[in-house]
Design a protein around this ligand. Structure first.
Ligand code: GDP
Ligand code: IMO
Ligand code: MG
Length: 427
């Protein structure tokens, strides 16, 4: 199975980083295809914790080549500091390759992200404030700055001057902020040019050549299905396409080249930022999930909103992404509840829905209909096979499988690389 895409099936933070890292040295190429450093992917290797925001999670495997694809937006300061940080922790990592077509997050994108959120007030999205939305807006608006632009000072300056001419009007006249000098931005970007030049590639060709040679390529999603700008809970979404099909545009591979799509789903649900969340808990169960699950944002440190597993949410993701497999993470966190509610339908203004409703209005009105499954008390973090799990825990997994309509091929029982149960091999 030479090519696999890993996608979050809920609202992010499902454990994509761990799942990607765990596939380990079987992966020749690990490619990030969407998002930017709004992501926070946590890997625990030999008890040591690493949080990656921009670098692909395959980077901790010395035999894996990593690529930042054209669909990613890159903050070059973060790119370099993340690499330095790994180096300073004694990790000998190969330098990632980077697409010449990837767009750059500049200082003005970060400023605009923050002032826009402040301006929106109650209507804010709750972004990570990393400049991701404004950088993608510029890309689509044909005003973006690409990695290749920093090798041509003249073009770089022209583009930045044009972009700032418009943005400074907005910053000064609408947001009452200071104007940004083009030179500030140009100089900051040029400073990276020579250091990254040897690693900049035509990533589309590179990845397709690797596939032609039979190499194993893993496309690592960031964010998640329900944060997708087209398929997520718009407008409470990110500005890119994290879904499996996003790997085609964000890495430059045709749909016929993807062999497997793996959805990563948490055994319960979390969300960071604003937006509807039918199974959200505001009681001590929610507090308990947050505490035991360590549900605090890996990027912003914000407490994550927690709730029970919502089968409609994951079923929708399975359908739209065409998942061949689901990897169920954090099942260990659910030990200790007598009954575990699972959302099997929504009540929308008195009407029962068995699938996610079509409109935002209906989704805002959705209240969960629960089925109560038997819980278990045993600590399952040491289990390494499905048969070792308590019977009620096995039944929980089997019921979720039925509800989401996709086979569950792996289960996470702890944050460590080795703390997983493989039911069907993922590569
Ligand atoms: P990502 O953004 O999808 O990569 O996920 P995050 O890293 O933001 O959040 C997932 C958190 O759960 C991290 O702290 C992981 O170390 C942790 N984690 C991942 N899988 C498991 C698991 O199966 N059990 C437990 N207890 N923790 C896990
Ligand atoms: P990983 O890859 C969870 C959320 C933000 C906000 C919305 C828009 O770790 O799963 P943005 O800064 O992207 O414009 O914010 O998307 N968000 C995430 N939530 N995990 C993430 O990444 C996220 N990346 C963005 O909280 O609601
Ligand atoms: Mg995360």
């Amino acid at each position: 199975m030479p090519s696999v895409v890993v996608v979050g099936a809920q609202w992010g933070d499902e454990g994509k980083g761990k799942a990607t890292d765990q596939l380990g040295d079987r992966v020749d190429l690990c490619v990030r295809y969407s998002g930017g450093n709004n992501a926070g992917h946590t890997l625990v290797v030999n008890g040591e914790k690493f949080i990656l925001h921009l670098l692909p999670s395959g980077i901790l495997n010395p035999d894996t080549t990593t690529i930042i694809g054209n669909g990613v937006v890159v903050d070059l300061d973060v790119f370099e500091s993340e690499l330095e940080l790994l180096g300073s922790r004694g990790v000998d990592v190969p330098h990632p390759l980077i697409s010449a077509n990837a767009h750059i997050i500049t200082e003005y994108h970060k400023v605009l992200d923050k002032v826009t959120e402040r301006f929106l007030g109650k209507r804010r999205i709750g972004t990570t404030g990393r400049g991701v939305g404004p950088a993608y807006s510029d890309k689509v608006n044909r005003m973006g700055i690409r990695i290749q632009d920093i090798f041509d000072e003249k073009i770089l300056r022209q583009k930045i001057e044009a972009s700032l001419e418009q943005k400074n009007q907005l910053l000064v006249k609408v947001y009452n902020r200071r104007a940004i000098e083009p030179d500030e931005i140009v100089d900051a970007l040029l400073a990276h040019a020579e250091r990254i030049r040897p690693y900049v590639i035509d990533s589309g060709r590179y990845i397709n050549d690797a596939l032609d040679e039979g190499k194993v390529v893993l496309f690592e999603g960031a964010q998640a299905h329900h944060l997708d700008v087209d398929h997520g809970t718009y407008p409470y979404v990110t500005s890119s396409n994290p879904i499996a099909a996003g790997a085609c545009t964000g890495a430059g591979v045709g749909p016929t080249r993807l062999d497997r799509a793996i959805g990563i789903a948490k055994a319960y649900t979390t969300r960071v930022g604003e937006g509807p969340f039918p199974t959200e808990l505001f009681d001590e169960d929610g507090e308990k999930l947050r505490e035991i699950g360590g549900e605090f944002g890996a990027t912003t440190g914000r407490p994550r909103r927690c709730g029970w597993f919502d089968a409609l949410l994951v079923e929708q993701a399975c359908k739209i992404n065409g998942f061949t497999d689901v990897f169920l993470t954090k099942l260990d966190i659910l030990s200790g509840w007598e009954k575990i509610p699972v959302c099997v339908a929504y009540d929308v203004d008195g009407v029962r829905h068995q699938a996610m409703p079509m409109t935002q209005t209906e989704f805002h009105h959705a209240t969960p209909v629960y089925e109560y499954l038997d819980g278990w008390t045993e600590d399952i973090s040491g289990c390494r096979s499905f048969d070792e799990l308590p019977e009620t825990c096995q039944a929980y997994v089997k019921r979720l499988e039925e509800l989401i309509g996709c086979r569950i091929s792996g289960i996470g029982v702890g944050p460590g690389r080795e703390q997983s149960i493989v039911i069907h091999d993922l590569v």
